[in-house]
Design a protein around this ligand. Structure first.
Ligand SMILES: [Zn+2]
Length: 347
């Protein structure tokens, strides 16, 4: 039985922020002759807005809103991609500076942040995607459709980050498209797909973005019979190019995962080594009578030490000072407990 699904018709997934072009900017941004310094036109204030600014009364804006555009751009060059994403969501002024797809300056800001800080995102954006969309797709988390948090899975064939439920709702298998829906196999020739392997049945199935299938089907029906061979060749070439691009991105992603796991293991090892050295120092500490202050086995059996040993973040001297206080509290409580217990026994 054919699966019934409620679909959206848009072939371009994901939400986009819309920014009103002639926004009323609550500031007295100085008029700058931007043509002299190559500032794109979207960064300049149109005269109606300037008129609006001079006639309206506003509260004193934050200082950063009064920076000339070129100063703002220079600040952005030092920011990490995540900071740029956050900054572009702060207010309409920053959004105007950072969201324009057509501004080469804006694109350059994002590109510099990407190449400098995202070591495994060195490939240029996929066709039809600007630098900002590319970085947001890569660094943000959560399903782009239902908003489910902590979703990291990116389907490069569809240029989306989504959960398995949304994948199931928005894609269709090749078998269903061809056998159940009775669409011509040729419709799929030019479309990128995601290959899924099912271990139980030991089978591999290609999944297609369904709205793309529908659009391609419409196009297919409009091709005259005499032009079909040429169209099919063009579609095959297109698909080969797209899927090569997808594979390159998946390889880069796999390298990133591997490097991250090595980084985490390295951090964990450094932390364990640091803790070993500090515990050794602690175990050698003596009290005023010249006796050892702490019992090593007690130290190492405290909850504070055990929990700190398995954490996978770098250990700082400040963190150690706090940890040591907790260890001492637990250690002394156990000494006290044993002391009471021994005195009861002797009694
Ligand atoms: Zn979802």
């Amino acid at each position: 039985m054919q699966k019934q699904k409620k679909r959206k018709t848009s072939a371009t997934p994901g939400k986009r922020r819309s920014v009103t072009k002639n926004v009323s900017i609550p500031t007295s941004i100085p008029a700058v002759d931007t043509s002299l310094i190559g500032i794109p036109s979207f960064l300049t204030l149109s005269s109606p807005v300037q008129d609006q600014i001079t006639t309206a009364s506003f509260k004193q804006p934050p200082m950063i809103l009064t920076f000339p555009p070129e100063v703002f751009i220079n600040i952005c060059k030092f920011l990490r991609p995540r900071d740029l994403v956050s900054l572009s969501a702060v207010c309409k002024v920053f959004a105007q500076y950072l969201i324009s797809s057509s501004s080469t300056t804006t694109q350059q800001i994002w590109k510099e942040a990407r190449t400098l800080h995202l070591r495994f995102l060195q490939m240029d954006p996929p066709e039809g995607m600007d630098e900002r969309q590319y970085i947001k797709l890569s660094v943000e988390r959560g399903c782009q459709f239902c908003g489910k948090p902590r979703i990291r899975k990116i389907y490069w064939a569809f240029r989306t980050r989504m959960c398995s439920d949304c994948f199931s709702a928005k894609t269709e298998s090749e078998i269903t498209i061809v056998k159940d829906m009775k669409l011509p196999q040729d419709v799929l020739l030019g479309l990128p797909s995601v290959q899924m392997h099912f271990y139980l049945s030991n089978s591999t199935v290609n999944y297609y973005w369904f709205s793309q299938v529908e659009a391609m089907h419409q196009q297919y029906k409009s091709i005259p019979q005499s032009q079909l061979p040429q169209w099919k060749t063009e579609m095959e070439t297109r698909c080969t190019r797209l899927m090569q691009d997808v594979r390159q991105r998946e390889v880069a992603e796999a390298k990133e995962r591997l490097a991250r796991s090595h980084d985490i293991a390295e951090i964990a090892n450094q932390r364990k080594q640091y803790l070993r050295e500090r515990i050794e120092e602690m175990a050698q500490e003596k009290n005023d009578e010249g006796n050892l202050r702490y019992v090593r086995s007690y130290i190492m059996s405290t909850d504070a030490f055990i929990n700190a040993s398995v954490a996978q973040r770098p250990m700082t001297n400040r963190a150690w000072k706090m940890l040591k206080r907790k260890i001492i509290q637990e250690h002394d409580a156990r000494v006290e407990e044993n002391s009471v217990s021994n005195s009861v026994k002797s009694y």
